[in-house]
Design a protein around this ligand. Structure first.
Ligand code: GRF
Length: 197
């Protein structure tokens, strides 16, 4: 049982997963310059750079990505700051095995610039969410969330740092639950609900 991590940049969530001693088989980045890729390589983890700019369209890139991932036969594919939207064939290929972390309390603030959005709306509580990926962006069954207070003098940067500390805590937790087969999915009229036993 192993996981493959997809990143695009800094890779602090990836570092948290490595620090939690999760069985990381490989780290793949669409950005060859991603700092996280160099870090993983230095740790002796197999790494791959697959530059999306070398591909004519999203589906061709996604197919090449799937080919690399599938050589590892991972139990889970973990998005950790992976800044590419994944096509429907990719998402259905890894149905139930694809996790993402998003820096807001979903369903609030999907998409980008979540901390700016939270400050603009004046919410008093913000946070992060680990969820299963479906073909709807930033939707999919929620596995775990962590909340932080929004303080009067917060900037997007101070708020992001408070949320990030929680990301590093809940992402390893969520992955452990899934690898230990503790995740239950229940079909509800409006959505599929995830819970952990
Ligand atoms: C994190 O805030 C994550 O929630 C979001 O992108 C950021 C990635 O940071 N999807 P890092 O590369 O893990 O440091």
């Amino acid at each position: 049982q192993s996981i493959v991590i997809l990143i695009s940049g800094r890779g602090s969530n990836m570092q948290a997963l490595l620090a939690a001693e999760l069985p990381v088989a490989a780290v793949i980045s669409n950005n060859p310059q991603a700092a996280g890729l160099a870090f993983a390589h230095a740790q002796g983890i197999p790494t791959h750079a697959l530059n999306h700019r070398d591909f004519s369209d999203r589906e061709t890139f996604d197919r090449a990505l799937m080919e690399i991932i599938d050589t590892y036969q991972p139990a889970l594919v973990v998005l950790a700051g992976f800044m590419r939207i994944l096509s429907e064939p990719f998402v259905s290929h890894y149905q139930g095995q694809l996790l993402n972390i998003h820096p807001s309390l979903l369903p609030a603030f999907p998409g980008l610039n979540t901390h700016e959005q939270a400050l603009q709306e004046g919410v008093k509580i913000h946070g992060c969410t680990v969820h299963l990926v479906t073909s709807q962006l930033d939707r999919g069954p929620i596995i775990i969330q962590a909340a932080v207070p929004v303080l009067a003098n917060d900037t997007p940067e101070t708020l992001a740092a408070r949320v990030l500390a929680q990301e590093h805590r809940i992402y390893p937790q969520a992955i452990k639950w899934v690898l230990q087969d503790k995740l239950n999915l229940t079909a509800q009229p409006a959505a599929t609900i995830a819970s952990c036993n």
